[in-house]
Design a binder for this molecule. Sequence first.
Ligand code: SF4
Ligand code: SF4
Length: 324
Amino acid sequence: MPVKYWKKVGIMLTDWCNASCSSCYLYCNPSRNNWMSAADAIRVWQELREISPHGCKVHLTGGEPFGNYELLLKITQEATAKGLGQTDKIETNGFWAANADIVRKRITELDAAGMRLLAVSCDPYHQQFVPMKTVRLLVRTAEEIITPQRVQVRWRDYLEMGCDTNLLEEPQRDRLYMDWIKKDRDRISGRAADVLSSYMEKYPPETFAGQDCRDSLLKSGNIHVSPTGVVLPGVCSGLCLGNALQEHVGDIWSRVYKSHNDMPILGTLANSGPFGLLDIAKKTGFRSDPLGYAGKCHLCWEIKKYFAQNHMFENELCPVLAIL
Ligand code: SF4
Ligand code: SF4
């Protein structure tokens, strides 16, 4: 199979978020405010089930999906009621966990509705916006209700020994960010490429020659669907395989299956990675940064932004890129 069936999908209910983490590959923040309706989320989920012969695990994410808790609960309930299966995971930064009562109520309701795992973000970037004590309360209380096995924390080491980074002086925070980046846990795309790359060592584009992206783009079986319907492969933000609110997900998968080699951005990245894309970009006037790039995804991000902002290859790129 040149293109795997989509079997692991994140439906982003929103691009709104209370936070604006430096690591956010999706560039979410408090001023973005697109939301996917329950009807659209369920329809997309149904279509995914129809086209996935080996099943499709769906998780609900954002942005911050607890920004509209009623919507999150409704979609989880409806998916179960319509026989689509459990919500594999619900992701949150925990900002809403003001006290144990609200955590008990919501986790009990989501558990009854069909949530399998709760995934909680915890690292120096998130803790610039959400207090450690709030995240610890959420994790502790959720573990009491649904057991520790059903509560993922990304990352447990930071939950145990981390601090609120908004309380640090800037030089201290910078040092912590620099040390954390070395753990290599974040995809350097989106805001991470624009912000975190400044803390990282840079390499010339030739360093990434021969590093194709076939596995991430075509072989992982992993996609995200944005609140406006943009289907992006895995966590390769900025790319657009099609719009799930405008066409059947099966039509998007079939087009990728049949035509990926003819799609200038997707085909080039799959076959020769961002260093291959650089060839195309240079012919249109792109000049690579003499300071270099923090990794292949950073180079990829800069080229995608350049194309979008110059109105090139628009049907393969997420419209948000053009306005960053
Ligand atoms: S909490 Fe998540 S969605 Fe929100 S800004 Fe941070 S990384 Fe992005
Ligand atoms: S270089 Fe681009 S296409 Fe390849 S994995 Fe990174 S973001 Fe995805």
